[in-house]
Design a protein around this ligand. Structure first.
Ligand code: SAM
Length: 226
């Protein structure tokens, strides 16, 4: 990892994202995703949140319900998160890269990577790490922009996000490398059972051949075999 990549998230992005989260707020879509993830963690189970940012809106909701450990590349973002974690203030938080997670293999009954994987150029290096720390019988939950989306839809995504693409991914050397079809195939090849949800947390039809086709972003829940 280049030092400038890390420095960017610490020195620029942490404050940018704090402002964004204030603007996006916490809506019903977020709550559905919080409830969905919570339903995957058994009583006393451990939830790992990777790329957790400043902890709003997800981490603090989960930390009130579960044992939690979290990490982010930006130590500054983690510092912002700490006062917010309420009952979960004792949660273990660590500055770490998604591509080299500080958790033991199979540690998390649920492993969540919310709105962070899109920033990592080496998608599979990060996904394999996230999959490694997911417990057998547990679930990996993450979201992804849909690179298989028809181009006209990408313009709609840009408009919805109200930012030009290059300002969304301005860090040095960054690439938004995901293709949803490849991600899903790769996870299936690793034995995952998949469920897909739209960005509001509503399930997408399991029987459709490409239920993600019209989604600009989607959430993927990958169940790991026991
Ligand atoms: C859009 S924010 C999302 C934060 C939080 N998960 C949320 O949903 O609000 C993206 C986060 O990914 C983190 N990030 C980017 N690249 C990373 C990497 N390689 N390893 C760990 N975290 C990374 C950034 O520091 C930032 O906090």
């Amino acid at each position: 990892m280049s030092p400038s990549y890390q420095r960017y998230f610490d020195e620029s992005y942490a404050d940018f994202w704090k402002e964004q989260t204030r603007r996006y707020g916490h809506d019903e879509g977020h709550q559905r995703l919080i409830d969905l993830v919570s339903s995957l963690v058994p009583e006393g189970g451990l939830l790992l949140e990777c790329g957790m940012g400043n902890g709003f809106p997800f981490t603090r909701a989960w930390s009130a319900r579960h044992r939690l450990a979290g990490c982010d590349l930006s130590v500054r973002a983690l510092t912002m998160a700490r006062p917010d974690l309420g009952g979960g203030a004792s949660a273990r938080l660590a500055g770490a890269d998604l591509r080299a997670l500080p958790f033991r293999t199979g540690a998390g009954q649920a492993v969540v990577c919310a709105r962070a994987l899109n920033y990592v150029p080496q998608t599979w290096q990060a996904l394999d790490e996230l999959w490694r720390v997911t417990a057998p019988g547990g679930h990996l939950v993450f979201d992804a922009f849909n690179r298989d989306h028809p181009p006209r839809r990408r313009a709609a995504l840009r408009a919805a996000l109200r930012r030009p693409w290059r300002t969304l991914f301005p860090a040095p050397g960054q690439q938004h490398a995901l293709r949803i079809s490849g991600i899903l195939d790769g996870l299936r090849a690793r034995g995952a059972s998949l469920s897909l949800f739209d960005d509001q947390g509503f399930p997408l039809p399991a029987q459709a051949s490409a239920p993600w086709r019209d989604q600009p972003t989607l959430w993927i829940v990958a169940g790991k075999p026991r």
